[in-house]
Ligand binder design. Structure first.
Ligand code: IMP
Length: 432
């Protein structure tokens, strides 16, 4: 009964999509368990990059069933557009291949307006969100005024729930210029039209997933974003509004902790972050520009340039602890070729003290100085390497040092976006 959780060990964009895509070759079921259309997973499909925002990366494999779990927030318009895009590429999307939890919450058209409003220039709450309405949808869920996917099955109930949700925001709507105020009937009609198409995909995925796990099916739980963006464990308030860590895989799917068999953390060989918030190893100047251009570090959802810096072992060690990672995958090692030396942050300096654990306060994290260990670099490009033994010795040494510093085995290393560019590390644990 292998149930494998894949989570980001940094601030998202670690390359989870490509890893899930590869692992999904051996999976029966792939589940998204949190987040919404804020995520951007890029996989290579027939030689072309394919960016997915809601649907699990497993969809390109004909034999897998994909699930949007109860912890996901679903923008029905974005979902239907994504389904259409996949169909236009010849990918089969039908109710026997895609199941949507009846307990998942819906992102409504005005959730994006609410998200944008708090992000307005000059706002003290500005976080650099993706403006996909994800935070406001989770706010409604916790405030118990959310509209759920299951409501799409009952038009009368949907009208009632939408009415409650709409009234709840009346003061905000009234403050908008009249021409920008959402119209209740127009929104209801829009959602009812989505309901018609989505109804066959709605299922009790909690029961179904548990039955499949009991039947011995191989289940892959695909996290979005990363540990540094977790609403509890990340750099609060500069986080997303869900639990991106392994615990979220249980609450967001209905599979209990006792059914999880492995947790794979994904980390880049360096660090990136999009949006606001502290980033101890962030680089400025030509080194940052070089990493960004070489690693093509631009957001898959918003196109924003990502902030770039050296590998932070304090952050990843913390991610290994919080997620209980049984193994790590180290991605984009090829991007570090060509530097005379490469750096790894092993601790933080804070007002004369040395910190080896990840602090809770962003004001502390914003002030710390990274303590670096310098390792010899390598000149050789790595993108052609197809096995561990083909990596230059200094690249192997970098991977081994990362393993020592974060205290968990590294199962795989990637040197390019293709499936063949994911190399197994000798003596690594078996994930499936
Ligand atoms: P939200 O999830 O749109 O509310 O954004 C909150 C924070 O999470 C912002 O800093 C975003 O840039 C970040 N974020 C959300 N989704 C992703 C992702 O898929 N990759 C990287 N950062 C993300």
């Amino acid at each position: 009964m292998p149930v494998l959780v894949v989570v980001g060990a940094q601030w998202g964009d670690e390359g989870k999509g490509a890893m899930v895509d590869m692992l999904a070759q051996e999976a029966d079921i792939v589940v998204r368990f949190q987040g919404g259309a804020n995520a951007g997973h890029t996989v290579i499909y027939r030689g072309q990059p394919l960016a997915l925002h809601l649907i699990p990366a497993g969809i390109t494999h004909e034999h897998t069933v994909c699930v949007l779990g109860n912890g996901v927030v679903i923008d029905p318009k974005a979902l239907l557009e994504e389904m259409e895009k996949l169909r236009s590429l010849g990918i089969h999307v039908s109710p026997d291949r895609l199941k949507i939890s009846d307990r998942a919450h819906l992102t409504l058209p005005y959730h994006r307006i609410l998200d944008a409003a708090r992000e307005m220039a000059g706002s003290r709450l500005r976080l650099g969100t993706t403006r996909r309405g994800v935070g406001p949808t989770y706010v409604d869920k916790v405030d118990r005024v959310g509209v759920r996917v299951g409501d799409l099955q009952h038009p009368e109930r949907l009208r009632e729930k939408l009415q409650i949700n709409f009234e709840h925001k009346r003061a905000f709507f009234n403050a908008l210029p009249p021409e920008e105020r959402p119209d209740f009937n127009a929104i209801l009609d829009e959602i009812l039209s989505y309901a018609e198409v989505l109804r066959p995909y709605i299922a009790d995925t909690v029961t179904w997933l548990n039955q499949q796990a009991d039947a011995g099916k191989r289940i892959l739980l695909e996290g979005a974003q990363g540990t540094g963006l977790d609403v509890d464990f990340g750099t609060y308030p500069f986080v997303t509004s869900s639990n991106t860590t392994a615990g979220g895989a249980c609450t967001g799917s209905g599979l209990p902790p006792t059914k999880i068999t492995e947790v794979l953390g994904i980390t880049k060989a360096y660090t990136t972050r999009v949006g606001e918030g502290p980033f101890p190893t962030e680089l400025q100047g030509s080194l940052a520009v070089h990493l960004r251009e070489k690693g093509r570090e631009y957001g898959a959802t918003t196109g924003r340039p990502r902030r770039c810096g050296w590998f932070d072992a304090v952050l990843v060690r913390y991610a290994v602890m919080v997620n209980g990672c049984t193994a790590l995958a180290l991605t984009k090692l090829d991007v570090l070729s060509g530097y005379p030396e490469v750096k790894v942050c092993v601790a933080y300096r804070f007002r004369g003290d040395t910190l080896t654990t990840f602090p809770a306060e962003v004001c502390v994290l914003g002030e710390v100085e990274p303590v670096y260990e310098t390792l010899p670099g390598w000149d050789e490009p790595l993108s052609h390497c197809r096995s561990w033994s083909q990596l230059p010795s200094h690249a192997q040494r970098f991977v081994e040092r990362v393993r020592e510093l974060v205290g968990t085995p590294i199962a795989m290393v990637s040197v390019g976006p293709e499936r063949e560019a994911v190399l197994s590390v000798p003596n690594a644990p078996n994930l499936w």
